[in-house]
Ligand binder design. Structure first.
Ligand code: SF4
Length: 240
């Protein structure tokens, strides 16, 4: 598994894909992405230390993703990340986090802030249509007001390519994301082992009518493939 990568373009940063205990939520209807995990935290720490050894601090900017939320990385890996940020002079660190861990964000913001690192926490809202999000996607975000979500999280992910989405709905989601959050990451849905299937017409509508509008926006990342950040593919070149 490729666990280290560098993005040189928009928002240049190093990226780590680390392994944690696994997503505690595990109910999102579209997701089978929570398979890269283990309850053997010692082995996770060892794998994560190896991945972290590649970080140079070249951009003083690091993003950590895991198949779940950052608290699931465990105290050992999180403390190692604090030490790494201090050693490599990382001024900004991005984490991903589910709504259910929102109370754990503030203490970790403080811990990283003590070594000079600003934490940016990203939530997968997928869409601001709360009814669709909760009844179809089963995201488990009780809050419907984007401003209230943004009061705790800095960045959001959106998921496009689902039946029912339109150019207007996708544009509206990105607009709300940009209004309330510092950054927006758009993921285009790729077929996986869940019952939810990508809608090719929606994906075409996105690539033809929505993507061109935001492709050069420095606050918008667009992932047409879930390995576009350069991590997550197997070392032999095959996707996981
Ligand atoms: S919170 Fe993330 S990892 Fe967990 S089920 Fe949902 S999308 Fe998958």
């Amino acid at each position: 598994m490729v666990r280290y990568s560098i993005i040189h373009e928009k928002n240049p940063r190093e990226i780590l894909l680390l392994r944690g205990s696994g997503c505690r939520w595990r109910k999102c209807a579209f997701c089978d992405y929570h398979l890269d995990c283990s309850t053997d935290m010692e082995e996770n720490d060892r794998i994560n230390q190896e991945a972290m050894s590649h970080v140079t601090g070249v951009y003083h900017h690091l993003e950590v993703i895991n198949s779940g939320s950052f608290p699931e990385l465990g105290a050992g890996t999180l403390q190692a990340l604090v030490d790494l940020c201090k050693k490599k002079n990382i001024h900004t660190l991005h984490f991903e986090c589910h709504w259910l861990y929102r109370d754990q964000i503030a203490p970790w913001r403080a811990a990283f802030s003590r070594v000079g690192t600003q934490l940016k926490v990203k939530i997968g809202v997928e869409t601001f249509d709360a009814q669709y999000r909760e009844t179809v996607l089963k995201k488990g975000i009780r809050e419907t007001d984007p401003a209230s979500i943004a009061a705790m999280f800095d960045e959001c992910c959106l998921l496009f390519g689902l039946s029912g989405q339109t150019v207007d709905s996708m544009t509206h989601d990105i607009s709300l994301g940009l209004r309330y959050f510092e950054r927006v990451c758009v993921n285009v849905f790729i077929e996986n082992q869940t019952d939810i299937k990508p809608d090719v017409d929606v994906i075409r509508a996105f690539t033809e009518n929505v993507l061109p509008r935001y492709a050069d926006n420095a606050r918008v990342d667009i992932l047409l493939n879930n390995t576009d950040f350069g991590v997550g593919a197997k070392e032999d070149g095959h996707e996981k």
